[in-house]
Design a binder for this molecule. Sequence first.
Ligand code: NAD
Length: 312
Amino acid sequence: MDRLRIVVVGVGHLGKHHARLLAAMPEVELVAVVDTNPDRASEIAAQYGTVALTETSTLLGSVDAAIVATPTTTHVEVALPLIDAGAAVLVEKPLAASVAEADRLVEAAVARGTLLATGHTERFNPAVTAALPLVSHPRFIEIHRLGTFPDRSLDIDVIFDLMIHDLDVLLSVVGPDVASVEVVGVNVLTPRIDIANARLRFASGCIANVTASRISRDQVRKARFFQRDSYVSIDYAAQEVEAYQLVPEPGARPAIRGGRIETVRDEPLRLELADFVDAVRAGRQPAVTGRDGRAALALATHVSDLISKDAA
Ligand code: NAD
């Protein structure tokens, strides 16, 4: 098969890395980078040996696939013409600015019969892919995603910037049936929610306690899964996994055995793009679909709405 012709739209903080990683893939031709800021488009195009454009219209119909890494409020207006032109599209997370907009993207992809992926990068973290096969019937899950104050994404609640990563992981592990949600959220340094906690009860009885913050002193990105006879912990940042198992000891308390699980360190974004490229070439679904992105956004929106209701 010929090289996959891909364009990256929006080459800011994250899109630049999409361009860097795609330019290094032998099975890909990075046809162009597009950014409404012409200087930025030229800078990144020069760096990765491709063409700089400020809009996608001239490319429609001539690219196989596109990455949309523009601000979330523009995802629909940027992605829809690409989908309608038949391109496979990977849209950065959150999939869209609202569930209604996410539905438009999912429906357009179904109508056009094209592939839609969502950039929930954490699902490709080698620690997550090593740990999740060990998690089958979690009873209790504790997740912390705490960061220091950023200079970006302050126009959205921390739920849509950070917590949504963990909501997506939870939905992929425990399933879609969330029975109830309790929340607390506080704005500290911005008018938006800077720290939030959600306690989710799934239909299976599993409880997940998820905390996301952008006003912490230290960076912590950890998930712990407690099961009846085992415990699995993930350090997303260090890409480390530990797993412990209860081992019956005749006539005594069970022993706890386990330790560090081997992971192969890699860039989650590179793995996400490799999956997307392979899915397009193989005509299969990507590991994180548009529907998955829609589900994570719907749950994040529910958490956010409950916090707003509490504050009112
Ligand atoms: P950014 O502001 O740094 O970059 C966005 C770029 O898009 C800018 O260069 C801007 O000029 C350009 N742009 C704006 N409107 C455009 C349009 N209509 N057409 C073409 N270019 C346009 O933002 P960012 O931090 O890179 O975030 C981009 C997206 O990626 C957001 O949806 C964000 O939530 C997501 N993101 C995901 C992760 C992750 O872990 N997967 C991490 C960071 C950001």
